[in-house]
Design a protein around this ligand. Structure first.
Ligand SMILES: *[C@@H]1O[C@H](CO)[C@@H](O)[C@H](O)[C@H]1NC(C)=O
Ligand SMILES: *[C@@H]1O[C@H](CO)[C@@H](O)[C@H](O)[C@H]1NC(C)=O
Ligand SMILES: *[C@@H]1O[C@H](CO)[C@@H](O)[C@H](O)[C@H]1NC(C)=O
Ligand SMILES: *[C@@H]1O[C@H](CO)[C@@H](O)[C@H](O)[C@H]1NC(C)=O
Ligand SMILES: *[C@@H]1O[C@H](CO)[C@@H](O)[C@H](O)[C@H]1NC(C)=O
Ligand SMILES: *[C@@H]1O[C@H](CO)[C@@H](O)[C@H](O)[C@H]1NC(C)=O
Ligand SMILES: CC(=O)N[C@H]1CO[C@H](CO)[C@@H](O)[C@@H]1O
Ligand SMILES: [Zn+2]
Length: 560
C-alpha cells in the first residue's frame, strides 16, 4: 500500500491501467468460476437424473409392456398368415408349403425387427405322409369287398405301411384288447387283429398287438353313441409302431367280427416320413440363461383349414410379444431396463398331431448329452403357453392349476398355482370375466408339466360349449349382449375350413395378448422368480423323459 502511494503520482496512468487489468482479471475469474460452478452443479444434476434412471429401473408405472400391445398389429400379421394359407389351398398344416411359409414369416419378422438369437431345430415325423389311396379288401365267407377309404376305414396316424400279397386271417380279440389275457386267449401270430374301441388308448392296444406279433391291426368304432358309428380320420397311436393299423366304421368292424374265423383281409398302404418339421425359438440377448422363461405357441394348423384362430392367433400373439419386447429393450430412449431372466419365445411345429414339436424339444433338452448352458431342461423355470387366443364366442380360459393330472410331478404344482393366480388377478384388476381352463392335455405345455416344470397360460376355448352360466357371468361384467352365445361352441369353426380371419374376436384377442405381456413383465421383474415358483428348490435332475409317458399324459379324445 505504501509503495503504491509513494509511486502513485509518477505512474498514475500505469496504476490505473493495472487496476483495470486486475478488475478485468477478477471479472474473468468470476465468470469462469461461475460457469464452472454452474457446470458442476448442472453436471451433478444431470448425473443425478442419470443415476436415477439406471439405479431404479422404471417398472410398469412409467412404461408398460402391456400398453405396447395393439390389436392393429395383431390383425396385420394375422392377415399375413391368412395370405399364406390361401396360397396353399387353405392350409398351414405340417408337411405343406403353408407350414414352411409360416416358419419363414416368423423368422424374417424376428430377424428384421429384433436382435434376439434365433434357432431352428428340424425333426422327422415318422409314418406321416400317405401316398396314393390306402386299400382294405376283405373276403368274408368267400365274398370279396373293396372297402372305401375314409368312409369304411382310415389310417391310424403314425402306424406303419403295409403291402400284403395275400389274404391274412382276421382274429377278433376278446373284450376290448386292453389286457394281455385278451390276447393270449387266441392265436394272433401273423394274423390281423380285430379290436373294438374303448377302455384303453389306441396306443395301448397297439403296443399289445405288437407284442403278440400280429401283421396288422384293425380297431373299429363301438356304436355306443350316434357319433360312434362312422370311421374317424386322425386317431393316433404312438410314433414308433411297426405294424399297420386302420380305424374301421362300426359297420365294417361288425361284419368282420360276425364272420368269426371266416374272414381275411388285404391291407395296402404306402407311408413315408415327413422330414424337416421345424421348431423355432428366439431368445433375448439379456437375462440369465439358466433362468429362462419359455413362452410358447404352436405354428402349424390342422389340414382342414387355415388355422387362423387355432392356433394362428397364438403364433402371431407371441410374435407380437417378441417384437414389442425387443423394441422396448432396444430403444434406448424407452429406458426400459432388461429383465434378470432370459425370455425364450418358441413356436412349436406339429402340435396338431400330438404335441410333437414341444415333446421333441423337451426330450432333447432332457438328454444327458445336452450340455450347452441355456439348452438344458434344468435351465428352464416356467412355460407359458398361448394357443387359440381369439375365438368368436370366446371365454377367457385361465389354466387352472387344480386340474393338473394326478401324475404331475410335485415340483410343478406350487409354481403352476402361482401362475394361475397371477392371471386371475390381472383379469380381476381389468374388470374382465374369466373362466377355468383345464390342464388335462391338448396343448404344448404338456411335456413341460410332465417334466415337473411350472406352466400356465390363457386360451379362449375350442370346441367346448359355452354354458348359460358363463354367458350370464360375462354379460354381468361386460354388459348385456356381450356374454356371447350360450349352448354354442367357444369356437364354432374349431378345426374347420371357416377358421379364417373373420373367425377372430378382436376384443378377446387384444386382452389375452395383453394378459400374456403382463405375465412376462411381472415374472421378468420379480427379484427371485426361482423361489417364487419353487420354494422347495427348482427341479434339477430330469431323468430321461419317455415319449409314451408324455404321450399318455395327453388326455385327448383322439387317443381312446
Ligand atoms: C423305433 O423303433 C425301432 C424298432 O424298434 C428302433 O430301432 C428305433 O430306434 C425307434 N425309433 C425311435 C425314434 O424311438
Ligand atoms: C410308395 O410310394 C413311393 C413314392 O411314390 C414309391 O416310390 C414306392 O414304390 C411306393 N411303394 C409301394 C410299396 O407301393
Ligand atoms: C419344408 O421345409 C423343409 C426344411 O427345409 C423341407 O425339408 C421340406 O421339404 C419342405 N416342405 C415343403 C412341402 O415345402
Ligand atoms: C441387442 O440389444 C440390446 C439392447 O439395445 C443391446 O444391449 C445388445 O448389445 C444388443 N445385442 C446385439 C447382439 O446386438
Ligand atoms: C375355478 O376353479 C376354482 C377351483 O380351482 C374355483 O374355486 C373357482 O370358482 C372357479 N372359477 C370359475 C370362474 O369358474
Ligand atoms: C436323478 O434322479 C434319478 C431318479 O430319481 C436317480 O436315480 C439319479 O441318481 C439322480 N441323478 C442325480 C445326478 O442326482
Ligand atoms: C387352447 C386350445 O384349444 N388349443 C388347441 C390347439 O389345437 C390343439 C390340437 O388340435 C387342440 O387340442 C387344442 O385344444
Ligand atoms: Zn387345433
Amino acid at each position: 500500500m505504501n509503495r503504491v502511494a509513494s509511486a502513485s503520482n509518477l505512474s498514475k496512468p500505469v496504476v490505473v491501467t493495472k487496476w483495470i487489468y486486475i478488475l478485468f482479471g477478477l471479472l474473468i475469474l468470476f465468470t469462469i468460476t461461475t460457469i464452472a460452478l454452474t457446470g458442476a452443479i448442472l453436471g451433478v444434476v444431470i448425473n443425478r437424473l442419470d443415476s436415477k434412471n439406471t439405479s431404479s429401473p422404471p417398472t410398469s408405472e412409467s412404461l408398460s409392456f402391456v400398453d405396447q400391445i395393439k390389436i392393429e398389429d395383431l390383425m396385420k400379421h394375422l392377415e399375413q398368415l391368412q395370405v399364406i394359407a390361401d396360397r396353399y389351398s387353405g392350409t398351414r398344416a405340417i408337411a405343406t408349403g403353408g407350414f414352411n411359409d409360416t416358419l419363414d414369416y416368423i423368422t424374417s419378422q424376428l430377424e428384421q425387427n429384433t436382435n434376439f438369437s434365433i434357432q431352428h431345430w428340424y425333426f422327422t415325423v415318422r409314418n406321416y405322409i400317405i401316398r396314393g389311396t390306402p386299400q382294405l379288401q376283405s373276403r368274408i365267407n368267400g365274398v370279396m369287398t373293396d372297402h372305401v377309404y375314409l368312409t369304411d376305414f382310415a389310417q391310424i396316424l403314425f402306424s406303419a405301411g403295409a403291402n400284403f400279397n395275400t389274404f391274412v386271417q382276421v382274429v377278433p380279440i376278446p373284450n376290448l384288447g386292453c389286457r394281455d389275457a385278451d390276447w393270449t386267449s387266441v392265436s394272433t401270430v401273423d394274423s390281423v387283429a380285430l379290436v373294438k374301441r374303448g377302455d384303453c388308448s389306441y396306443l395301448e392296444k397297439s403296443i399289445l398287438a405288437e407284442k403278440y406279433r400280429v401283421r396288422g391291426l384293425l380297431i373299429y368304432n363301438d356304436g355306443t353313441a350316434p357319433d360312434r358309428f362312422q370311421t374317424i380320420q386322425g386317431v393316433r397311436n404312438n410314433l414308433n409302431t411297426t405294424i399297420p393299423a386302420y380305424f374301421l366304421s362300426y359297420y365294417v368292424g361288425m361284419q368282420l367280427f360276425n364272420a368269426a374265423g371266416n374272414a381275411d383281409v388285404i391291407m395296402n398302404i404306402n407311408i413315408s416320413d415327413a422330414n424337416g418339421i421345424g421348431n423355432i425359438c428366439a431368445d433375448t440377448q439379456t437375462g440369465d440363461k439358466t433362468k429362462t422363461i419359455v413362452v410358447g405357441a404352436h405354428s402349424d394348423g390342422v389340414p382342414a383349414g387355415s388355422g387362423i384362430n387355432d392356433n394362428g392367433s397364438g403364433t402371431i400373439g407371441i410374435l407380437i410379444l417378441a417384437l414389442n419386447l425387443a423394441r422396448l429393450f432396444q430403444t434406448s430412449s424407452s429406458n426400459y431396463s432388461p429383465y434378470q431372466y432370459r425370455i425364450r419365445f418358441c413356436w412349436w411345429g406339429a402340435e396338431e398331431i400330438g404335441l410333437i414339436g414341444s415333446r421333441y424339444h423337451v426330450e432333447q433338452a432332457s438328454l444327458p448329452s445336452t450340455t450347452i448352458v441355456g439348452e438344458r431342461l434344468q435351465d428352464y423355470l416356467v412355460n407359458l403357453n398361448y394357443d387359440m387366443l381369439a375365438g368368436p364366442n370366446y371365454r377367457f380360459g385361465i389354466h387352472d392349476s387344480s386340474t393338473a393330472p394326478s401324475t404331475t410331478p410335485e415340483t410343478a404344482l406350487h409354481g403352476t398355482r402361482q401362475i394361475t393366480d397371477l392371471f386371475r388377478q390381472w383379469f380381476n384388476q381389468q374388470k374382465l370375466p374369466w373362466s377355468n381352463s383345464s390342464l388335462g392335455g391338448g396343448s404344448d405345455y404338456v411335456p413341460f408339466l410332465a417334466a415337473g416344470l411350472a406352466v400356465g397360460g390363457v386360451n379362449t376355448g375350442a370346441g367346448g360349449i359355452k354354458p348359460v352360466s358363463e354367458r350370464d357371468q360375462y354379460a354381468a361384467i361386460l354388459g348385456i349382449g356381450n356374454g356371447g352365445i350360450a349352448n354354442a361352441a367357444h369356437d364354432t369353426c374349431y378345426h374347420q375350413q371357416c377358421d379364417r380371419i373373420r373367425n377372430i374376436n378382436p376384443f378377446a384377442y387384444e386382452k389375452v395378448v395383453k394378459s400374456a405381456a403382463h405375465a412376462i413383465e411381472y415374472l421378468g421383474r420379480l427379484n427371485d422368480l426361482e423361489k417364487w415358483l419353487y420354494p422347495q428348490g427348482r427341479p434339477k435332475n430330469f431323468t430321461l423323459l419317455n415319449t409314451n409317458q408324455l404321450y399318455n399324459f395327453h388326455n385327448d379324445p383322439d387317443l381312446i
